[in-house]
Design a protein around this ligand. Structure first.
Ligand code: ATP
Ligand code: MG
Length: 399
């Protein structure tokens, strides 16, 4: 892992800071995942240098959160978020600390972090600083708060969601102080922007131990604070047969379990994007077609956007159907056309066959019929054969 080009660049970046007289450390998730031997997505750096000093050391520096001390450094074709050591005081709005103060020591910076396993730092030589025994908690597989859990969750209630998502992702247990604090303060999640809760909840349902994560949501009263779940005791008890990877799958899954709340309401109350909305509908429609025909039809495959194949396979698994993703890929590969544009016979050809007929909805429905027949391989995608098929056997209905 140390040989990974991303880590190589990070160590080189730390050395650059060191050579200019500043301290720099890899912090947070990257250290945790490195120690665990898990793959590392991105590397965050904490430094004693102030943002303008970081900008003097490196050539490509983009200010992305100067007021919080964060800049983005492009270095050796990689991006690093570099944040000045800081502490935070007061969270009267439960969102942003009232005051951010830059400090001089990494230890002070680590004290503001949520869990012991996220409060370790590594210097340019690879030495680990671990004032809260995060390494021991990694070994014991525990989610333990830095300091008093009750205090830390009332400062920032999002940490409660984070505790449960790390428990699911890492297959760890939450410490009893953490679970007690969540039980008593879950209601404070109401102060947190739903988009931020959604990010953590999606990571929880996609985690290795999603079952435990969801059971904790139920047992600790977190569901009572989540849109839609709060009003559906039924949904609070459901455990999918597989993890749900992404919000679109999540919506399609839960909508299938309880269709008293529609997809529009899911998207709206969880403040999801239009893309999530489109994908949820596509997945739901494909599921509907699957359930009607009891198989993966060509028509299903034709209508399902290719990038959603893994999500659809995921949805089927979560619902307990024994369909392999390979099957979906195979059916997609067999499709005679990919879209209506690929049809060998178009609207103009149809009009040419009945030039005296007034233009109207018959054209659209005629093309749809051809499309359906071609996709299902009842009709080859060839001009002459389609022409004959329409002309002799399937003239468009008159309207
Ligand atoms: P992931 O691998 O999912 O990105 P992560 O631990 O890196 O996990 P981030 O949300 O990227 O999580 O945050 C980076 C680090 O910032 C955390 O490891 C933690 O030290 C700190 N942190 C993030 N959110 C909070 C919070 N709400 N309260 C305190 N510290 C936090
Ligand atoms: Mg991270």
């Amino acid at each position: 892992m140390y040989n990974d080009p991303l880590f190589q660049s990070a160590f080189s970046l730390l050395t650059q800071l060191h050579d200019k007289g500043y301290e720099g450390h890899i912090v947070g998730g990257a250290v945790r995942d490195l120690v665990l031997g898990r793959s590392v997505g991105d590397i965050d750096i904490a430094t004693s240098a102030l943002p303008h000093q970081v900008a003097q050391v490196f050539e490509h520096v983009i200010p992305i959160g100067i007021e919080h001390g964060t800049v983005l450094v492009r270095y050796q074709s990689q991006s690093f978020e570099v944040t000045t050591y800081r502490t935070e005081q007061g969270y009267t709005d439960f969102r942003h600390p009232d005051q951010v103060s830059f400090v001089q020591s990494i230890k002070e910076d680590l004290s503001r972090r949520d869990f012991t396993i996220n409060a370790m730092a590594m210097d340019h030589k690879g030495d680990i600083i671990d004032p809260y025994a995060g390494k021991e908690d990694l070994t014991n597989q525990r989610i333990r708060a830095v300091g008093d859990a009750q205090t830390r969750f009332s400062e920032d209630p999002l940490r409660m969601m984070r505790a449960l998502r790390f428990a699911s992702q890492l297959q760890f247990e939450v410490d009893s102080e953490v679970s007690t604090a969540i039980e008593s303060q879950a209601a404070k999640l109401g102060h947190i922007a739903i988009e931020r809760i959604a990010v953590e909840f999606a990571k929880l349902t996609a985690g290795e131990d999603f079952r435990k994560g969801l059971q904790l949501c139920s047992r600790l009263g977190v569901y009572s604070q989540l849109p839609i779940f709060s009003k559906s005791p039924r949904l609070q008890k459901i455990i999918p047969e597989d993890r749900l990877e992404g919000f679109a799958v999540l919506i399609a899954y839960y909508y299938e379990q309880d269709n008293s709340v529609d997809i529009h309401q899911w998207v709206k109350s969880w403040k999801q994007s239009n893309k999530v909305k489109r994908d949820s509908f596509s997945l739901h429609n494909a599921l509907h077609e699957f359930q009607q025909k009891n198989e993966v039809t060509h028509w299903l495959s034709y209508q399902l956007p290719k990038p959603l194949i893994p999500s659809f396979a995921n949805l089927l698994r979560a619902l307990g159907y024994q369909i392999e993703e390979q099957r979906l890929i195979k059916v997609a590969a067999e499709l005679p056309i990919q879209s209506r544009n690929d049809l060998a016979f178009g609207a103009q050809d149809l009009i040419k066959l009945w030039p005296q007929r007034q233009k109207g909805p018959w054209i659209k429905s005629g093309i749809e019929k051809i499309e359906y027949a071609v996709v299902n391989k009842q009709l080859p995608n060839q001009y002459e054969q389609i022409k004959e098929w329409v002309d002799q056997w399937n003239p468009p209905v008159n309207n």
